[in-house]
Design a protein around this ligand. Structure first.
Ligand SMILES: Cc1cc2nc3c(=O)[nH]c(=O)nc-3n(C[C@H](O)[C@H](O)[C@H](O)COP(=O)(O)OP(=O)(O)OC[C@H]3O[C@@H](n4cnc5c(N)ncnc54)[C@H](O)[C@@H]3O)c2cc1C
Length: 421
């Protein structure tokens, strides 16, 4: 069958691209290997910009939503509570959230074929072909690769052979329905996810409630794992910490933890477009390194890929040169987020001076917002963070001076929990 655009993967990136194209009257095929609704391991927090992109009003949604007003950052036994006193993010269930986007794409006219795994693509001079595991072929002018970390379009087009170990985040997570009563008694920080930063591991763990669902998990950079420091040992340690804090009670059975990896780097390291091909979301490596946020970048790039494909269809040109504008578009939309993320990561690196600085600034709620949570939750645009930092120079200078006179002894050594060596 012939389509104008074929999209592989019905996650947020692919489904949103399908919706946008179908709304413009384009003949779109959306192929998904799982059956919709599908499960996806995820903490499930999204920033308000996500709703703006989707055109959804969070006050009038028919899916589960938990308002998040800030966060609690645990540094060993000390909680640093940051409250914005307004919703800065929302907790969602991926199964419901992702399905809603797919349904909107279908209502707009996109053709969904789920339960269909793509195994190969072929790029010809006059068309592109997608071949499924059952040897069925579909033809189109452009293919959008939205198949997540190991997208067959990224591989088949030669745009990406694999991922370097330091590009990949390895996660393990579980989401359990615990009931309203239990949810009400487990933590006093309702509406504020509890984050457990492990800067020396360049990773963090989370614990938060979305109505009566409990989400627990952790992520770590793949190259920092070793036989002595396995994901399992980090998870066991984290669960023990939660038990000690009373965040889990003995009789509770959690849903099984599932591992999953995806690229969370300083932006894509490879090309995201080629002849008749565009890559979006995790297939292109767009998730943010600072927080692991991937839904917003997937929607953003899905929307931009749809715009690029529309443009190409109107000109009848689908070669690499004609699709090049896609990269300029996503760079201008996401460059600020990647840069700000690098700045956040830089502060968390454990060279003595940044570690001491991290500890000192962490104690100041204003600076905590400005330096850690504004970037983490994308609360304000990146440029505003820069102006904020400039206006805090006197305070920052005072802290820098304190750092110097502390004799270079990293205060955080006091905070370092005993992770398995
Ligand atoms: C544990 C964990 C927690 C996370 N928490 C958050 C969070 O709280 N907030 C946030 O913003 N981001 C979070 N992320 C990141 C986020 O989940 C991803 O970045 C986001 O889902 C990317 O969307 P996508 O559309 O690119 O890919 P995906 O959502 O991965 O969708 C890809 C789709 O392609 C399909 N597919 C794959 N291969 C094929 C094939 N061969 N043929 C057909 N279909 C195929 C898959 O089945 C899947 O449905 C988290 C990730 C993990 C692993």
């Amino acid at each position: 069958m012939k389509y104008e655009v074929i999209i592989v993967g019905a996650g947020p990136g692919g489904a949103f691209a399908a919706r946008q194209l179908a709304r413009k009257g384009i003949k779109v095929l959306l192929l998904e290997k799982q059956t919709i609704p599908r499960k996806k391991p995820c903490a499930g927090w999204v920033t308000p910009e996500v709703f703006k992109l989707l055109g959804w009003n969070p006050k009038r949604l028919d899916i589960l939503l938990e308002e998040m007003r800030g966060a609690v950052l645990w540094i060993e036994r000390e909680p640093f509570h940051t409250d914005y006193r307004r919703p800065i993010a929302y907790g969602i269930l991926r199964e419901q959230f992702d399905t809603k986007i797919v349904e909107e794409a279908r209502s707009a006219g996109a053709h969904l074929t789920d339960g269909t795994r793509v195994i190969e693509i072929e790029i010809g001079s006059d068309r592109a072909r997608v071949i499924t595991a059952k040897r069925k072929a579909f033809e189109g002018q452009i293919i959008i690769g939205a198949g997540g970390t190991y997208c067959p379009v990224a591989k088949g087009s030669g745009l990406r052979k694999g991922w370097a170990r330091d590009e990949l985040g390895i996660t393990i997570s579980s989401e359990t329905r615990i009931g309203k009563e239990k949810a009400a008694e487990l933590t006093k920080y309702r509406g504020c996810p509890e984050l457990f930063f492990m800067p020396w591991e360049m990773s963090y763990a989370w614990y938060f409630l979305k109505q009566d669902y409990l989400s627990i998990g952790l992520g770590v950079r793949c190259n920092l794992l070793s036989r002595d420091k396995s994901l399992k040992s980090l998870l066991d340690n984290f669960l023990n910490q939660l038990r000690e804090l009373g965040r889990l009670d003995e009789g509770m059975t959690l849903s099984p933890f599932r591992g999953y990896s995806y690229a969370t780097y300083f932006g894509p390291t490879g090309k995201t477009y080629g002849n008749r091909v565009l890559l979006v979301g995790d297939a292109g490596g767009f998730s943010l390194n600072s927080s692991g946020e991937g839904i917003r970048p997937a929607l953003l790039t899905g929307g931009l890929a749809a715009e690029t494909a529309l443009d190409a269809l109107s000109h009848g040109r689908f070669d690499e040169q004609a699709l090049k504008g896609y990269e300029d578009k996503w760079r201008s939309a996401l460059r600020g987020s990647y840069r700000r993320g690098s700045f956040l990561i830089y502060q968390l690196r454990h060279t003595t001076i940044t570690e001491v600085f991290f500890n000192l600034t962490m104690k100041d709620e204003d600076l905590r917002r400005l330096l850690y949570f504004d970037p983490f939750y994308n609360v304000v645009p990146p440029k505003k963070t820069l102006f904020g930092i400039l206006s805090h120079i006197p305070k920052l200078t005072r802290y820098a001076f304190k750092t110097l006179i502390s004799g270079g002894k990293p205060l955080s050594t006091l905070w370092r929990p005993d992770y398995p060596k």
